[in-house]
Ligand binder design. Structure first.
Ligand SMILES: [Zn+2]
Length: 257
Protein backbone atom coordinates (compact mmCIF):
# COMPACT_ATOMS: atom_id res chain seq x y z
CA UNK A 1 0.00 0.00 0.00
CA UNK A 2 1.59 3.23 -1.11
CA UNK A 3 -1.36 5.56 -0.80
CA UNK A 4 -0.35 9.20 -0.81
CA UNK A 5 -0.04 10.92 2.51
CA UNK A 6 -3.00 13.28 1.98
CA UNK A 7 -5.37 10.36 1.53
CA UNK A 8 -3.96 8.81 4.69
CA UNK A 9 -4.64 12.10 6.49
CA UNK A 10 -8.20 12.12 5.23
CA UNK A 11 -8.72 8.55 6.42
CA UNK A 12 -7.25 9.40 9.83
CA UNK A 13 -9.56 12.44 10.18
CA UNK A 14 -12.56 10.35 9.27
CA UNK A 15 -11.59 7.63 11.73
CA UNK A 16 -11.29 10.28 14.45
CA UNK A 17 -14.73 11.70 13.62
CA UNK A 18 -16.23 8.22 13.69
CA UNK A 19 -14.53 7.47 17.01
CA UNK A 20 -16.17 10.55 18.53
CA UNK A 21 -19.54 9.23 17.43
CA UNK A 22 -20.09 11.92 14.83
CA UNK A 23 -20.80 12.05 11.14
CA UNK A 24 -20.09 14.54 8.38
CA UNK A 25 -22.57 15.13 5.59
CA UNK A 26 -21.23 15.44 2.08
CA UNK A 27 -23.16 16.37 -1.01
CA UNK A 28 -22.19 16.60 -4.65
CA UNK A 29 -23.24 19.47 -6.90
CA UNK A 30 -22.28 19.20 -10.56
CA UNK A 31 -22.92 22.24 -12.76
CA UNK A 32 -23.88 22.97 -16.36
CA UNK A 33 -25.48 19.73 -17.59
CA UNK A 34 -27.75 20.64 -20.50
CA UNK A 35 -27.78 17.56 -22.69
CA UNK A 36 -26.55 13.96 -22.65
CA UNK A 37 -22.80 13.72 -23.25
CA UNK A 38 -20.04 11.18 -22.79
CA UNK A 39 -18.79 13.21 -19.82
CA UNK A 40 -22.21 13.13 -18.19
CA UNK A 41 -22.36 9.36 -18.70
CA UNK A 42 -19.02 9.09 -16.97
CA UNK A 43 -20.20 11.15 -14.01
CA UNK A 44 -23.43 9.20 -13.67
CA UNK A 45 -21.69 5.86 -13.81
CA UNK A 46 -19.10 7.02 -11.25
CA UNK A 47 -21.69 8.09 -8.68
CA UNK A 48 -23.77 5.02 -9.36
CA UNK A 49 -20.80 2.73 -8.78
CA UNK A 50 -20.25 4.30 -5.37
CA UNK A 51 -23.94 4.42 -4.51
CA UNK A 52 -23.97 8.22 -4.26
CA UNK A 53 -26.49 10.87 -5.18
CA UNK A 54 -25.79 13.99 -7.25
CA UNK A 55 -27.50 17.33 -7.75
CA UNK A 56 -27.16 18.51 -11.34
CA UNK A 57 -27.43 22.29 -11.76
CA UNK A 58 -29.08 22.67 -15.17
CA UNK A 59 -29.50 25.95 -17.12
CA UNK A 60 -33.20 25.76 -18.06
CA UNK A 61 -33.00 27.63 -21.38
CA UNK A 62 -30.27 25.32 -22.67
CA UNK A 63 -31.80 21.95 -21.83
CA UNK A 64 -34.67 19.87 -23.09
CA UNK A 65 -36.23 16.47 -23.68
CA UNK A 66 -32.94 14.74 -24.48
CA UNK A 67 -31.57 15.27 -20.97
CA UNK A 68 -34.96 14.45 -19.46
CA UNK A 69 -34.95 11.10 -21.27
CA UNK A 70 -31.36 10.36 -20.25
CA UNK A 71 -32.10 10.98 -16.56
CA UNK A 72 -35.50 9.32 -16.52
CA UNK A 73 -35.69 6.73 -13.74
CA UNK A 74 -32.39 7.73 -12.07
CA UNK A 75 -33.68 8.25 -8.55
CA UNK A 76 -30.32 9.36 -7.14
CA UNK A 77 -30.10 12.31 -9.54
CA UNK A 78 -31.69 15.65 -8.59
CA UNK A 79 -32.12 18.68 -10.81
CA UNK A 80 -31.56 22.25 -9.58
CA UNK A 81 -32.22 25.52 -11.43
CA UNK A 82 -28.95 26.97 -12.75
CA UNK A 83 -30.05 30.52 -13.59
CA UNK A 84 -31.80 30.73 -16.93
CA UNK A 85 -29.47 30.71 -19.97
CA UNK A 86 -26.09 30.92 -18.19
CA UNK A 87 -25.56 34.25 -19.94
CA UNK A 88 -23.31 36.98 -18.59
CA UNK A 89 -24.95 40.40 -18.24
CA UNK A 90 -22.10 42.11 -16.41
CA UNK A 91 -19.71 44.47 -18.25
CA UNK A 92 -16.25 43.09 -19.11
CA UNK A 93 -14.53 44.77 -16.16
CA UNK A 94 -16.83 43.00 -13.67
CA UNK A 95 -17.04 39.37 -12.65
CA UNK A 96 -19.48 37.38 -14.72
CA UNK A 97 -23.06 37.37 -13.52
CA UNK A 98 -26.44 36.40 -14.90
CA UNK A 99 -28.41 37.19 -11.74
CA UNK A 100 -26.84 40.54 -10.97
CA UNK A 101 -28.24 44.07 -10.75
CA UNK A 102 -27.43 44.82 -14.39
CA UNK A 103 -31.00 44.31 -15.57
CA UNK A 104 -34.38 45.23 -14.09
CA UNK A 105 -35.16 43.04 -11.09
CA UNK A 106 -38.49 42.00 -12.61
CA UNK A 107 -36.81 40.74 -15.77
CA UNK A 108 -34.38 38.56 -13.84
CA UNK A 109 -37.14 37.19 -11.63
CA UNK A 110 -39.28 36.46 -14.66
CA UNK A 111 -36.49 34.31 -16.10
CA UNK A 112 -36.09 32.48 -12.79
CA UNK A 113 -39.80 31.77 -12.75
CA UNK A 114 -39.67 30.44 -16.30
CA UNK A 115 -36.65 28.33 -15.39
CA UNK A 116 -38.29 26.90 -12.31
CA UNK A 117 -41.41 25.91 -14.24
CA UNK A 118 -39.49 24.54 -17.20
CA UNK A 119 -37.29 22.23 -15.14
CA UNK A 120 -40.14 21.10 -12.92
CA UNK A 121 -42.04 20.10 -16.06
CA UNK A 122 -39.07 18.41 -17.74
CA UNK A 123 -37.92 16.58 -14.59
CA UNK A 124 -41.07 15.93 -12.54
CA UNK A 125 -39.37 13.38 -10.29
CA UNK A 126 -35.83 14.71 -9.92
CA UNK A 127 -36.60 18.43 -9.65
CA UNK A 128 -35.61 20.11 -6.37
CA UNK A 129 -36.49 23.76 -5.53
CA UNK A 130 -32.86 24.84 -5.33
CA UNK A 131 -31.42 27.86 -7.12
CA UNK A 132 -27.78 27.64 -8.20
CA UNK A 133 -26.76 31.04 -9.62
CA UNK A 134 -24.38 30.84 -12.57
CA UNK A 135 -20.85 31.77 -11.44
CA UNK A 136 -22.20 31.40 -7.87
CA UNK A 137 -23.30 35.04 -7.75
CA UNK A 138 -26.69 36.61 -7.16
CA UNK A 139 -27.79 40.15 -6.32
CA UNK A 140 -29.08 40.38 -2.75
CA UNK A 141 -32.19 42.30 -3.85
CA UNK A 142 -33.49 39.15 -5.55
CA UNK A 143 -33.46 36.95 -2.45
CA UNK A 144 -36.77 38.17 -1.04
CA UNK A 145 -38.64 37.07 -4.13
CA UNK A 146 -37.26 33.53 -4.35
CA UNK A 147 -39.84 31.90 -2.01
CA UNK A 148 -42.69 33.37 -4.10
CA UNK A 149 -41.32 31.54 -7.12
CA UNK A 150 -41.09 28.35 -5.09
CA UNK A 151 -37.40 28.12 -4.23
CA UNK A 152 -36.55 26.88 -0.75
CA UNK A 153 -32.76 26.73 -0.99
CA UNK A 154 -29.97 28.80 -2.53
CA UNK A 155 -26.60 27.25 -3.31
CA UNK A 156 -23.48 29.31 -3.98
CA UNK A 157 -19.80 28.71 -3.18
CA UNK A 158 -18.01 29.23 0.13
CA UNK A 159 -18.87 28.98 3.83
CA UNK A 160 -22.50 29.87 4.51
CA UNK A 161 -22.96 33.43 5.75
CA UNK A 162 -25.96 34.67 7.71
CA UNK A 163 -28.71 34.93 5.14
CA UNK A 164 -32.45 35.62 5.03
CA UNK A 165 -32.67 32.59 2.78
CA UNK A 166 -31.72 28.99 3.46
CA UNK A 167 -28.29 28.21 2.02
CA UNK A 168 -26.78 24.90 0.99
CA UNK A 169 -23.42 25.89 -0.38
CA UNK A 170 -20.57 24.11 -2.00
CA UNK A 171 -17.22 24.44 -0.24
CA UNK A 172 -14.69 22.39 -2.17
CA UNK A 173 -14.05 23.07 -5.86
CA UNK A 174 -11.96 20.49 -7.68
CA UNK A 175 -11.15 22.75 -10.63
CA UNK A 176 -8.16 25.06 -11.03
CA UNK A 177 -10.07 27.76 -12.93
CA UNK A 178 -7.38 30.41 -13.02
CA UNK A 179 -4.37 28.20 -13.59
CA UNK A 180 -4.34 24.96 -15.57
CA UNK A 181 -8.13 24.82 -15.99
CA UNK A 182 -7.73 21.19 -15.02
CA UNK A 183 -7.75 19.48 -11.65
CA UNK A 184 -6.29 21.26 -8.64
CA UNK A 185 -3.50 19.55 -6.79
CA UNK A 186 -5.12 16.59 -5.01
CA UNK A 187 -3.35 17.37 -1.72
CA UNK A 188 -4.81 20.89 -1.59
CA UNK A 189 -8.34 19.69 -2.35
CA UNK A 190 -8.04 17.16 0.48
CA UNK A 191 -6.72 19.95 2.73
CA UNK A 192 -9.85 21.99 1.90
CA UNK A 193 -12.04 19.04 2.87
CA UNK A 194 -10.23 18.64 6.18
CA UNK A 195 -10.58 22.40 6.86
CA UNK A 196 -14.28 22.05 6.23
CA UNK A 197 -14.44 19.10 8.69
CA UNK A 198 -13.23 21.52 11.38
CA UNK A 199 -15.88 24.08 10.43
CA UNK A 200 -18.76 21.61 10.50
CA UNK A 201 -17.59 19.65 13.56
CA UNK A 202 -16.19 22.55 15.56
CA UNK A 203 -19.00 24.59 17.05
CA UNK A 204 -22.11 22.51 17.50
CA UNK A 205 -23.71 25.03 19.82
CA UNK A 206 -24.10 27.65 17.13
CA UNK A 207 -27.48 27.80 15.52
CA UNK A 208 -27.60 25.31 12.72
CA UNK A 209 -29.93 27.53 10.69
CA UNK A 210 -27.22 30.15 10.33
CA UNK A 211 -24.37 27.86 9.41
CA UNK A 212 -24.08 25.16 6.86
CA UNK A 213 -23.42 21.73 8.18
CA UNK A 214 -22.50 19.99 4.97
CA UNK A 215 -19.41 19.58 2.86
CA UNK A 216 -20.51 20.53 -0.63
CA UNK A 217 -18.23 19.24 -3.37
CA UNK A 218 -18.46 21.20 -6.63
CA UNK A 219 -17.73 19.60 -9.99
CA UNK A 220 -18.19 20.53 -13.67
CA UNK A 221 -18.27 17.26 -15.60
CA UNK A 222 -17.94 18.92 -19.03
CA UNK A 223 -14.43 20.22 -18.31
CA UNK A 224 -12.97 17.47 -16.10
CA UNK A 225 -9.53 16.23 -16.99
CA UNK A 226 -8.27 12.79 -15.95
CA UNK A 227 -6.95 14.30 -12.72
CA UNK A 228 -10.47 15.26 -11.63
CA UNK A 229 -11.91 11.86 -12.46
CA UNK A 230 -9.10 10.17 -10.55
CA UNK A 231 -9.62 12.49 -7.58
CA UNK A 232 -13.35 11.82 -7.43
CA UNK A 233 -12.78 8.08 -7.69
CA UNK A 234 -10.47 8.21 -4.67
CA UNK A 235 -12.68 10.58 -2.68
CA UNK A 236 -15.75 8.44 -3.21
CA UNK A 237 -13.84 5.25 -2.41
CA UNK A 238 -12.55 6.81 0.83
CA UNK A 239 -15.91 8.17 1.97
CA UNK A 240 -18.87 6.33 0.50
CA UNK A 241 -18.70 3.44 2.95
CA UNK A 242 -16.94 5.13 5.85
CA UNK A 243 -19.06 5.23 9.05
CA UNK A 244 -18.16 8.92 9.58
CA UNK A 245 -19.64 9.96 6.22
CA UNK A 246 -23.04 10.38 4.73
CA UNK A 247 -23.61 11.54 1.17
CA UNK A 248 -26.90 13.41 1.06
CA UNK A 249 -29.35 13.37 -1.81
CA UNK A 250 -30.87 16.54 -3.26
CA UNK A 251 -34.15 16.06 -1.47
CA UNK A 252 -32.42 15.71 1.90
CA UNK A 253 -30.68 19.04 1.27
CA UNK A 254 -33.80 20.93 0.24
CA UNK A 255 -36.20 19.56 2.84
CA UNK A 256 -34.32 18.68 6.03
CA UNK A 257 -32.94 21.16 8.54
ZN1 LIG B 1 -22.46 27.12 -14.40
Amino acid sequence: MTEEVHWQRLAAELDRIAASGRQVDFWLRDDDAAEPTVALDRLLSLVDRHGLAVVLAVPPALTGEALARRLDGLVHVSIAVHGWAHRNHAPPEEKKQELGAHRPRAAVLHELELGYDRLRTLFPVGFVPMLVPPWNRIDKSLLDALPEIGFTVLSVFGPEKPSPFKLANTHVDVMDWRGTRGCRDHASIVADIITRFRQVCGDVEERADQKGRTIGVLTHHLVHDEGVWAFLEKLFAATSRHPACRWLAGREITTAR
